[in-house]
Design a protein around this ligand. Structure first.
Ligand SMILES: [Zn+2]
Length: 246
């Protein structure tokens, strides 16, 4: 393949721009914010599940409390009714009076026990409610930390996009100065090796960093200036410059 030395040198500019694009793509994939956001999303999901569990527990206790309070009311109403009967003086038989008094006493004990139950549920409910509040605060804090990391990620991505667009624009400009067959070879080699062309610098291929043998250097010296050369080691296009050492 033949191409003017100036066109061959443009391949080095192209390779540099392609490396810049690769570095930007690498930066995009490895932004520290991506790992942070991932970790924070896991924590958020865990806390959201814990909030639901705690809210369910608090809701169950609220219903339990209502039920226990209604049990207290039922017993109190019965005791009040019995007390009214006792106070009315309508129960006169000593046996009935004694039975009524003993029922009232028993209802009062029962009411006391049930009120204890209500108090115990209220304490548990208070603890459950404060657990809900704590978990919601933690969940919201993680959400806000993640929001901040997302903002930083978006800022970094926007910057990378801007740089990538600049590199792509410059690359299209350079590519138009390279003949189609040389560009196609470069692209093929870039696909295979990541970098399609390298400078011959001081007798060394800058693609694979191998110093060329005297025989190879003699072959290169003898080659016409417009001959497209390849590195024998890495197969990349080898571009001659004034610093090539020939
Ligand atoms: Zn090489």
């Amino acid at each position: 393949m033949k191409a003017a030395p100036a066109e061959q040198k443009r391949l080095l500019d192209l390779a540099e721009l392609d490396s810049a694009a690769d570095r930007l793509a690498h930066r995009r994939r490895t932004l520290p914010e991506l790992a942070e956001i991932d970790e924070q999303s896991k924590q958020f999901a865990q806390l959201a599940t814990q909030v639901i569990a705690a809210e369910t527990e608090a809701g169950d206790l609220a219903r339990e409390q209502t039920k226990a309070e209604s049990d207290v009311d039922t017993v109190r109403t019965r005791a009040e009714r019995d007390q009214k009967r006792l106070d009315s003086g309508m129960v006169t038989s000593p046996k009935d009076l004694s039975s009524l008094q003993s029922e009232i006493a028993s209802l009062h004990r029962r009411q006391g026990d049930l009120e204890e139950v209500v108090l115990e549920i209220m304490e548990r409910r208070e603890a459950a409610d404060s657990k809900v509040t704590d978990l919601i605060a933690k969940r919201d804090e993680i959400a806000s930390t993640r929001g901040a990391a997302e903002d930083r990620r978006d800022t970094a991505l926007a910057e990378i996009d801007k740089e990538a667009a600049d590199v792509a624009g410059r690359r299209s400009g350079v590519a138009t100065e390279i003949p189609a067959d040389l560009l196609a070879l470069y692209e093929k080699l870039r696909g295979q090796y990541g970098v399609g062309a390298a400078m011959l610098h001081g007798g060394r291929c800058m693609g694979c960093k191998v110093t060329l043998s005297i025989a190879d250097m003699n072959r290169i010296k003898a080659a016409p200036h417009d001959e497209v050369l390849r590195c024998e080691e890495c197969r990349r296009i080898l571009v001659r410059t004034p610093e090539s050492g020939i």
